[in-house]
Design a protein around this ligand. Structure first.
Ligand SMILES: Nc1ncnc2c1ncn2[C@@H]1O[C@H](COP(=O)(O)OP(=O)(O)OP(=O)(O)O)[C@@H](O)[C@H]1O
Ligand SMILES: [Mg+2]
Length: 410
């Protein structure tokens, strides 16, 4: 092989070679990068002692085969809800010596549909439902029947539970499933029960639920306040100690990350993400330490990922509304967007929702930060919303295109 590089100085080959040489020279700033993974649970969880103790107390009847109260964990994103629930459930699971008592964890956003959520609960309980071919209510009946006829005592963590009901399309089915589950213990004999740990960061969750379901889910509530910048610093310092070699992350960098992640509300996920991505950028550059500009670059990249995640987790009608908005170069009023939306529905052969529903979807997308929909006065038409994209158009389109169900529209 011609090591002088036939493409000449500064050719592609040289660039690639330099990347590998940099990587080789660097002594590596990571000591244990797993510590920065999103599902890593630290040994020591600062600032959540109260929430951990309360949740453990509420769940403690489980060890005697008695149904605990349903409990609802709420608080903004990145405040440790998932981590605390998994931590306490993990300890509980290791304490149990009884095969009738089961603990299941399901992330309702990741499972996507009510059907899939029930399917996963069934799976944990040893019931393999068919992927398709039976109706949702039939699946629900079978899973509940399986639990009761086996005398199982189930504690189920429904993480991001708002995703069972946050879209008009699945609202009724999600409510029904939750209703049946909250009622389960009261009519089944044989010691069988279902208790629910619901988790949500969505303040509008209550509006999506039937009142009786909402009250049934909240025998107890545990609030997770945002972290202060000072608390984020402590959390970061612990991670830095475990994840990086000494000297790779200065106090200045830790403080800067904490300030950025605490800017809106104290979000520990954002803090840990920034730390990880900044570390990866520094490593790629062959640098021995993370710099402020690495963190800035990481912030831009984390921001892009957030948009991607927000878009890809939208239900189909929400995606179609977003696509409709993006199809216009200029801000449009709701009427035009609705027309475009119905065209897309027709092209895909799906039943369009009503214009009122679409208006409320537009408001939801506004709250998510994907759309901007201020109310404006428009002469003789009175007050109307002017809707436009709140994220870069090309980027949003690229994420929408990844959806199998709607990619034919492109
Ligand atoms: N007190 C803490 N100590 C150490 N790490 C923490 C703490 N709280 C949160 N984290 C870390 O922050 C990240 C986010 O926490 P978690 O996933 O539990 O947030 P959440 O409240 O479930 O957010 P969301 O509502 O977005 O799901 C995780 O990586 C977790 O390890
Ligand atoms: Mg969570």
């Amino acid at each position: 092989m011609d090591s002088t590089g036939s493409e000449g100085v500064g050719g592609t080959k040289d660039v690639v070679k330099r990347i590998f040489e940099d990587a080789m020279r660097s002594r590596g700033i990571f000591k244990n990068r797993e510590v920065l993974n999103i599902d890593y649970i630290p040994e020591n969880i600062p600032f959540r002692e109260e929430q951990i103790k309360r949740l453990a107390g509420i769940l403690s009847p489980v060890v005697k085969g008695v149904k605990p109260s349903n409990v609802f964990l709420y608080g903004k994103t990145g405040t440790g809800k998932t981590m605390v629930a998994r931590y306490v459930a993990g300890v509980l699971e290791r304490t149990l010596h009884d095969e009738k008592t089961k603990i299941a964890y399901v992330n309702c956003r990741q499972s996507g549909t009510v059907y899939r959520t029930l399917f996963e609960i069934g799976n944990v309980m040893g019931y393999s439902a068919p992927f398709t071919g039976i109706s949702l209510s039939e699946l629900q009946g079978r899973v509940l029947q399986h639990i009761s006829s086996n005398g199982y005592r189930l504690t189920v963590i429904l993480d991001e539970v708002d995703f069972l009901v946050n879209s008009p399309v699945k609202r009724d089915a999600g409510n029904d499933m939750l209703y049946q589950m909250t009622r389960f213990g009261s009519y089944e004999g044989g010691g069988s029960f279902i208790s629910i740990i619901g988790i949500s960061n969505d303040l509008r969750f209550k509006e999506y639920l039937d009142a009786r379901v909402f009250s049934g889910l909240r025998d107890e509530e545990i609030f997770f306040p945002p972290y202060s910048v000072e608390e984020l610093k402590v959390i970061l310092r612990e991670r830095v100690k475990e994840a990086f070699v000494e000297g790779a992350v200065s106090d200045e960098v830790i403080n800067y990350i904490a300030a950025r992640a605490g800017g809106e509300h104290g979000d520990a996920r954002r803090a840990v993400d920034l730390l990880r991505v900044a570390g990866e950028i520094a490593e790629r550059e062959g640098s021995d330490a993370i710099t402020i500009s690495h963190v800035e670059e990481a912030a831009a990249s984390v921001e892009r990922d957030k948009v991607k995640e927000a878009i890809s987790s939208l239900p189909i009608h929400e995606k179609l509304v977003l696509l409709s908005v993006l199809s216009f170069e200029q801000p449009q009023n709701t009427g035009y967007i609705y027309l475009k939306y119905t065209e897309y529905c027709k092209a895909l052969g799906v039943q369009p929702l009503t214009q009122r529903r679409i208006s409320s979807i537009i408001s939801e997308l506004d709250v998510l930060g994907l759309l901007s929909a201020p109310v404006v006065n428009s002469g003789r038409y009175g007050r109307t919303k002017k809707v436009s994209s709140a994220v870069p158009r090309e980027e949003a389109l690229a994420h929408l295109k990844e959806d199998e169900a709607i990619k034919y529209l492109f």
